[in-house]
Design a protein around this ligand. Structure first.
Ligand code: NAP
Ligand code: GDP
Length: 327
């Protein structure tokens, strides 16, 4: 039985990846940080699985990772933990850089020390399309120029480069997935897609009057998180580590996502939606569109869920969630 360590287990991707690996017969160790209130709702359904275990860890506490590495001697490590919100990274840049950049450095350095031959432990790094930032030459592939436009993206570029550097310097099996935005019913509520689906449900139920948004013009290549975790796993099953863009190849604006959800809900955008200048960012990333031909060719990976299906899936899930809370 293979053992996988997942950092960021309480997050969107950590929970989908745990579901995926448990189904494939892995022993999964989920690493979570201590929080003052319980934040395990995304993994409550696997809590009693005998092949699943939770351990405390913090990206900013290198010893916590060392101890777990020695305790479990995992076959695969998936580094999904991060301060992952772009706008928040402008407010807490140091925490973002500590967790995203130094957190990755600490893990890579521990792995190359514990497994100097690079034969035992395989490492996955959650890189991001935000790294392309201001680059106007989309669609982006693995060779596109990185022009990060936020503290979050700058930190992700650091860890992305570091993965390649550790791979080339020490021969460790480390791969980066350059994932474009991916959403789901488990997406954090302050990301724009979930903010919209949740608000639409609450407005429909008479529990919210208005939805305030920032830049509606920005375009994103939105996929489904459940599809994307499979790509992470596929990368670690390859003989040779590498970097891969994971995307749908279609971009839509925030306005289009809003229209899709409000139409489905039967709501009038004019009546319920306003913009708020405070929700605009110091620097915006206007257009993210990916080209994942390499992943398709080498991993045999393709996205399954499309834009409209994703929006409806998220709205329906939020509807059911709110029904349970209200009743
Ligand atoms: P998420 O839902 O925000 O989850 C982030 C996870 O990291 C949470 O479990 C969080 O714990 C944990 N975490 C944050 N700081 C930590 C620290 N100092 N020590 C230990 N754990 C810490 O993010 P996601 O959407 O699942 O994304 C997963 C990864 O992919 C992230 O690295 C993100 O930057 C990257 N990524 C995401 C997307 C996307 O569209 N979703 C696209 C590209 C790349 P708490 O629950 O305690 O907060
Ligand atoms: P990001 O691409 O990782 O920053 O994912 P987000 O979901 O946070 O933002 C996607 C796009 O939506 C960005 O261009 C934001 O500027 C835009 N946006 C517009 N209004 C909002 C809002 O109220 N919240 C968030 N999070 N983003 C918004």
């Amino acid at each position: 039985m293979k053992t996988a360590l997942i950092t960021g287990i309480t997050g969107q991707d950590g929970s989908y990846l745990a579901d995926f690996l448990l189904k494939r017969g892995y022993f999964v160790v989920g690493l979570k940080r201590r929080t003052s209130s319980i934040c395990t709702s995304r993994i409550d359904h696997i809590f009693n699985n005998i092949n699943f275990k939770i351990e405390y860890f913090n990206l900013n506490d290198p010893g916590s990772f060392w101890r777990l590495l020695l305790k479990y001697r995992p076959d695969e490590v998936y580094n999904l933990a991060a301060q992952s919100h772009v706008r928040v990274s402008f407010e807490t840049p140091e925490e973002t850089v500590q967790s995203v950049a130094l957190g990755t450095l600490r893990m890579l350095d521990a792995i190359r020390t514990v497994d100097p031959t690079g034969n035992q432990i395989r490492f996955y790094q959650a890189s991001s399309s935000e790294m392309f930032g201001d680059n106007p030459n989309y669609p982006f592939n693995e060779e596109s120029r990185l022009m990060p436009a936020s503290p979050y993206a700058c930190a992700k570029v650091f860890s992305h480069n570091l993965v390649r550097n550790y791979r080339e310097s020490y021969g460790i099996h480390a791969s980066s997935g350059i994932l474009f935005n991916h959403e789901s019913p488990r997406r954090g509520e302050t990301f724009v897609t979930r903010k919209i689906t949740m608000a639409a449900v609450k407005i429909k139920m008479g529990l919210q009057d208005k939805l305030y948004l920032g830049n509606l013009e920005a375009k994103r290549d939105w996929g489904f998180a459940g599809d994307y975790v499979k790509a992470m796993w596929l990368m670690l099953q390859q003989d040779t580590p590498d970097d891969y863009v994971i995307s749908t190849g279609k971009a839509y604006s925030v306005q289009e996502f809003l229209e899709c959800v409000f139409k489905y809900a039967g709501l009038d955008i004019e009546k319920y939606v306003d913009t708020d200048s405070r929700l605009f960012r110091p620097q915006e990333v206007p257009y993210l569109l990916g080209d994942s031909s390499k992943a398709k060719k080498q991993l045999g990976w393709e996205p399954k869920v499309g834009f409209e299906e994703l929006a409806k899936m998220m709205y329906d899930s939020d509807w059911n969630l709110m029904c349970k809370q209200v009743n």
